[in-house]
Design a protein around this ligand. Structure first.
Ligand code: FCB
Length: 446
């Protein structure tokens, strides 16, 4: 099986950017050479991580980074989306850590040397623990600490970066971390999620403003995840339930950025669940951006319910991936088309898409046909949105390699490359080889 896209699609043009993505905590390891972060603390608590693991070694990328860039280059991609670690780059006193800085500058220089565009995300969930000790994202000051971090780092990186994203998936940081507690820092209270979300969005806006000043020529944006919400039946009640869920989980994070306001449901929420918005906040949050990063994996189906929220999520229908997420590519097209209708969007990059599979290393091969099928159907879904008039400029597969999958530890494999965690040997899976062939062929055809 080969990956391909219909002949005339812009996705076949060399101008369409293909990449692979990772995140600092998930791959770096060498936790002793940086400050502790909220995920170190969370992993140390009993029963939070499926296999009791942590990020101390992960993919040992701090030691193996050069070899990993060889791997990225061998895949023929145009770009690499990485996140940088705040607790590696910033000391407790809010100054740059020179060792951390040198590490990322080496990576950026190496990527540029090989013509691989660096797509850098400032925050992919690894908040320094000392900031969490002062309230983390519930403390408004964390947004200003973020601004300082973005300011110092972007000046030090100078022109080395192709594109900056402020945050990765603020929904996950806020909701999973502060409202339901399945991610770090593990707080579990429905009055906290939207307060944390507001400070994350404020941090985003402050970050964009500082980047506009420091590096006007570099593309700036944010990466949001979307799980499109579908009604369980055609009944008005289920449709209303899906709409409420969509406002809570999806629109809550995008509407402030493009419309400068939260969705209507805010009017129905008790005051205890509402964010504390200060004058000028929504203007900062809606500072224009150059691109929107969209992460898509699956959809969710909702029924109406007589609980406080008015909805319940139905168990995902088959087919599932190994992490239990429904495979439903049509929702990706629907999502992109609907976002494009709802908002005045800048160009979109698909910044994450991929699947967890029960991969097995057989000799020197991993025959992950299921992942190839997933990639093909989702590349088609992206193309479907482009054909409907949505401007999409690139696609990043999640992930370059198997890594620490948050609360699932090392039990779920999302990589195009298989990682043996005992030996740290990387083996390109069949899907990785197919992605390479697809991406490279595009250059030889044009
Ligand atoms: C996304 C995260 C990413 C990875 C994938 C599977 O929500 O951004 O780090 O864990 O899910």
């Amino acid at each position: 099986m080969k990956l391909s896209i219909k002949n005339k699609s812009k996705m076949n043009s060399p101008a369409f950017i293909y990449g692979v993505a990772t995140a600092s905590f998930q791959i770096e390891g060498d936790s002793g050479s940086r400050l502790p972060c909220i995920w170190d603390t969370f992993c140390a608590k009993p029963e939070k991580i499926a296999d009791g693991s942590n990020g101390d070694i992960a993919c040992d990328h701090v030691k193996l980074w050069k070899q990993d860039i060889d791997l990225i280059e061998s895949m023929g991609v145009d770009a690499y989306r990485l996140s940088i670690s705040w607790p590696r780059l910033m000391d407790i006193d809010g100054q740059l850590n020179q060792q951390g800085l040198a590490f990322y500058i080496s990576i950026l220089d190496e990527l540029n040397k090989r013509n691989i565009k660096p797509f850098v995300t400032f925050y992919h969930w690894d908040l320094p623990q000392h900031l969490e000790d002062k309230g983390g994202w519930l403390n408004r000051d964390t947004a200003y600490q973020f601004r300082n971090y973005v300011d110092l780092v972007s000046r030090a990186f100078a022109e080395r970066v192709y594109s900056y994203a402020t945050l990765n998936e603020p929904f996950c940081s806020a909701y999973l971390g502060y409202e339901v507690g399945i991610h770090a820092p593990g707080l579990n209270c429905n009055t906290l999620g939207k307060k944390a979300a507001h400070h994350l969005l404020l941090a985003h806006g402050l970050g964009i403003q500082v980047l506009n000043k420091n590096c006007p020529k570099i593309k700036k944006g944010i990466v949001l995840n979307f799980t499109p919400c579908y009604p369980n039946s055609e009944s008005d009640d289920d449709k209303a339930a899906a709409k409420i869920a969509d406002d809570h989980f999806n629109q809550w994070y995008i509407k402030p950025i493009f419309d400068g306001e939260y969705p209507e449901i805010m009017g129905q929420l008790p005051a205890s669940r509402c964010p504390e918005i200060e004058p000028g906040d929504m203007e900062i949050i809606s500072t224009p951006i150059d691109f929107l990063g969209v992460n898509y994996y699956t959809r969710a189906v909702y029924s109406s319910a007589s609980n406080e929220d008015g909805f319940v999520q139905e168990p995902p229908a088959p087919p599932h991936t190994d992490i239990g997420w429904e495979i439903y590519p049509q929702a990706m097209t629907d999502l992109l088309v609907s976002l494009n209708n709802l908002y005045d969007l800048p160009p979109i990059y698909i910044t994450e898409n991929g699947m967890a599979a029960n991969d097995r290393l057989e000799g020197l091969e991993v025959n992950d046909d299921d992942r190839m099928a997933y990639l093909q159907s989702h590349l088609n879904a992206v193309n479907g949105a482009i054909e409907s008039g949505v401007r999409i400029d690139g696609y990043f597969a999640w992930s370059l390699m198997d890594n620490f999958e948050w609360a699932e530890g090392y039990t779920k494999r999302f990589g195009l490359v298989y990682v043996d965690y005992q030996t740290q040997i990387r083996t390109v899976k069949k899907s990785g080889l197919a992605y390479r062939d697809f991406v490279m062929q595009r250059h030889s055809n044009n």
